[in-house]
Design a binder for this molecule. Sequence first.
Ligand SMILES: C[S@@+](CC[C@H](N)C(=O)[O-])C[C@H]1O[C@@H](n2cnc3c(N)ncnc32)[C@H](O)[C@@H]1O
Length: 246
Amino acid sequence: MSFPRIVTSEILDELSEEDPAAQGSRRDLQRVHRVMGTRAIVGRALETLLASRPARAPLRILELGAGDGTLMLSVAQKLKLCLSNVELTLLDRQDLIRRETIERYARLGWRVQGCKKDIFDWRRENSRDQPVCMGDRWDLIVTTLFLHHFEASQLVALLDVIAASTERFFACEPRRDWLALLGSHLIGALGVNAVTRHDAVLSVHAGFREQELQSLWPAHGIQWQLDEFQAGLFSHCFRADRVGEK
Ligand SMILES: C[S@@+](CC[C@H](N)C(=O)[O-])C[C@H]1O[C@@H](n2cnc3c(N)ncnc32)[C@H](O)[C@@H]1O
């Protein structure tokens, strides 16, 4: 049976930062991540992608659609790799990062800054079409529960700039299948609010399966090692690692 991808605006994206329903839904996300096993999934991916790097080499990471930054904090706290010189930029169109979160990163030795920006402004600033390349270079770009917000044509444009800006990329998104859909309908059992219950179902319909993200990744003659796979019960992941000298 086919399961076409349908992208619909989520309620959380329409609510202001101060809206209590939005704040509640963002807290719910932490519970949802625990059930999805996101921390372990992202942690394993980062350990694989970064394994060959010298521990003391400077590492510049950009997280897209980072929300309040707490998911990546939980990943950083459990990483088995020793990363001592990390600069992390958390990009989101809302300003959600609390000072306490930045302090907790600092205790790990990670220097963190928020970047309040719409992803398509970031894309434009970093585009190959710019007469002067304003683009920043990253060792790793990572994202969770973010790419599914966008239609395929937007993703093509976005992934093109991501590929031009980084050595490595990892995305962990909702999986579009019947088990994930069932889970999204039962999410109320976690005690989450109406916004989370609504958006969870939409997220699965807009999620990914098979080689869908890989098919949108640019070619441009550059060698990438690509991998796209199911993870846990409800997640779909895509990993891109530039081949050759970095
Ligand atoms: C479902 S939340 C995921 C947050 C975080 N990555 C996580 O997994 O906990 C999606 C995030 O994407 C952000 N977002 C949505 N559309 C965006 C856009 N066009 N540009 C930048 N951020 C965006 C939202 O503000 C929100 O914080």
